[in-house]
Design a protein around this ligand. Structure first.
Ligand SMILES: [Zn+2]
Length: 288
C-alpha cells in the first residue's frame, strides 16, 4: 500500500511500530548473518533508497561496487533473505534505478512497511554511532554475542540500546481540547502536550507534571491508550487521554509559544496522520 491509512485499527499499527512490518522483517543481531544474497537497506540522511517498479517499491538487491560497505551491518531478514544496512554520505550520487524517499515527510510516499523499516535502520545507526566508545571509560567496545548490546573491552561495562521514553496526552473538557504549539512549528499548527520522563517518574507522573508545567492545569481520569516507536532518533512515545480537573491556563513561555482550549469544531492545523498525537485526536474526537 502506498501512503498511510486514514485509520489505524490500533496504536500498534502506527508507522514505525513493528506491526507495520507485516511479518516480513525479523530483527536479528549482526553476528547472525549467515551470508548469501540479500537486500540492502540504504540510508542517506533521513532518506531511504528504494527501487521503484510498476509493481511497487522494493529494497535494492544490488548496489554499485563503489558503494558496498567494508563491513555490511546485518540487521535481520526481509522476506526470508538477509537484510543489510548501509549508510551513504549525503553527497553520494543516487545510483541509477534507485529513488530517495523521505522518512520524515509529514505525508510519506513510502509504503508503511518500508517507512517503518527505514525508521528502524535510522534508529540502529543512531545506536551504532552512540555506542562506539564506552560511556563509563571512553574505550572501545565490542558486540555481545547474539545481542545489539555491547561490552567495553577495558572496564567490562555493558551497554544496551538507548530508547528514551516520552509521554504525550490529549487533555479534554466538555466540547474542548487543550492544544499547544512550539514557536518553530508551521503557522497555526498545534499539537498535544508532550515531554520526556524525568528521574524517578512513572509515565503517569510525567504526564501530570508536563501538563502542569506547560499549561498550569491539573488533570484527572488519566488513561493509557498506546505507544509509538519514534526513531528520530530513538524515542518511545506513550500516549494518554485525560480530563481537565482544574486550574487557569498559564502558558510556559520557555517551551511553548501558545496553548489554549480549542472547541472541537474549530480545531487548528493538527499533527500529521503518521503520529500518535493525531491518532489520539482522531480516536477520542472521532474525527473523519
Ligand atoms: Zn569502559
Amino acid at each position: 500500500m502506498i501512503g498511510l491509512p486514514r485509520r489505524y485499527r490500533s496504536p500498534d499499527d502506527l508507522p514505525f511500530n513493528s506491526s507495520c512490518l507485516e511479518g516480513r522483517f525479523h530483527l536479528q543481531s549482526p553476528d547472525g548473518d549467515l551470508g548469501g544474497e540479500g537486500v540492502w537497506l540504504v540510508l542517506v540522511g533521513d532518506r531511504l533508497l528504494i527501487r521503484g517498479t510498476e509493481q511497487g517499491d522494493y529494497l535494492p538487491e544490488e548496489l554499485p561496487e563503489a558503494l558496498l560497505p567494508e563491513a555490511p551491518l546485518f540487521i535481520g531478514t526481509w522476506d526470508g533473505v538477509p537484510c543489510r544496512l548501509v549508510r551513504l554520505s549525503r553527497d553520494t550520487a543516487v545510483p541509477t534505478g534507485l529513488r530517495p524517499e523521505s522518512l520524515v515527510s509529514q505525508e510519506p510516499a513510502l509504503p508503511i512497511e518500508l517507512l517503518t523499516l527505514g525508521g528502524l535502520g535510522r534508529m540502529i545507526l543512531h545506536w551504532e554511532d552512540a555506542s562506539r566508545y564506552c560511556a563509563s571509560c571512553g574505550r572501545t567496545m565490542r558486540r555481545l554475542a547474539g545481542e545489539w548490546g555491547k561490552v567495553c573491552q577495558t572496564c567490562g561495562s555493558h551497554h544496551f540500546p538507548h530508547i528514551h521514553p516520552c509521554v504525550i496526552v490529549l487533555v479534554r473538557r466538555p466540547g474542548e481540547v487543550l492544544l499547544a504549539r512550539k514557536p518553530e512549528w508551521a503557522p497555526n499548527r498545534y499539537s498535544l502536550v508532550a515531554g520526556f520522563l524525568e528521574f524517578g517518574e512513572s509515565l503517569e507522573e510525567a504526564v501530570v507534571r508536563e501538563v502542569a508545567e506547560e499549561t498550569g492545569v491539573s488533570i484527572k481520569n488519566l488513561r493509557y491508550v498506546g505507544s509509538q516507536c519514534w526513531p528520530f532518533p530513538s524515542q518511545i512515545m506513550t500516549g494518554f487521554v485525560a480530563d481537565y480537573a482544574g486550574g487557569e491556563l498559564v502558558v510556559q513561555e520557555s517551551e511553548l509559544e501558545d496553548a489554549r482550549w480549542f472547541p472541537v469544531d474549530e480545531l487548528p492545523n493538527l499533527p500529521p496522520k503518521r503520529s500518535i498525537a493525531r491518532y489520539l485526536l482522531d480516536t477520542v474526537l472521532e474525527l473523519p
